[in-house]
Design a protein around this ligand. Sequence first.
Ligand SMILES: O=C(CO)[C@H](O)[C@H](O)COP(=O)(O)O
Length: 227
Amino acid sequence: MNLKQMVGIEAATHVTDGMIVGLGTGSTAYYLVEEIGRRIAEEGLSITGVTTSKATEKQALGLNIPLKSIDEVPYVDITVDGADEISSDYQGIKGGGAALLFEKIVASNSKKNIWIVDESKMVETLGKFPLPIEVIPYGSQQLLKKFEEKGLNPKLRLTADNERLKTDSDNYIIDLHMETIPNNKVKQLASWLDTLTGVVEHGLFLDIVDTVIIGKGTSPETINVSR
Ligand SMILES: O=C(CO)[C@H](O)[C@H](O)COP(=O)(O)O
């Protein structure tokens, strides 16, 4: 079993009958969704899923997981999602799979958030992984210029075919290649990004995660984050 599968299956043990479950996006969350599908089919688990991307929606429908949109549920009991980086103070970068907008909407309406990662995602400071910013196409060149002027090394994300990548909401992603974001500067950066017109959402997920499940060696490590 690989580390991503290990943490996906472990996270599924936090899911019980009757829950409304946020289903994350990416190659790690994939295994969580598979395991929930298996438990529905084999054990009669009864849950409602809320997906965070079109890709996860397609996977969940294929597994006969009952789904509702975030607007059809009063709240989400628990959301399980991957992450691109988690700092030593448990702040995160997400959006490597371009699903940050729906992921943040679902996460911020969840009573509990679990992140599942292999140990390579655990870092001292964020920023080695480029920080994804979802922007409206109109005015995106101006935002690129603004980020450039600030020395944030922005790059418009392209597809494998060299087209501008479009998110599930038809926006663009600008990745900021900053190399490092000191832990004591992360909130300041997030607040500044929040002020920019044309920025729909950014990949800094701050004070959101409650539990981190890390895949390492032969068994996962679970860390409950106290804030
Ligand atoms: O934020 C995400 C998608 O927008 C993913 O959760 C993140 O990129 C981690 O993905 P993976 O598990 O494939 O490494």
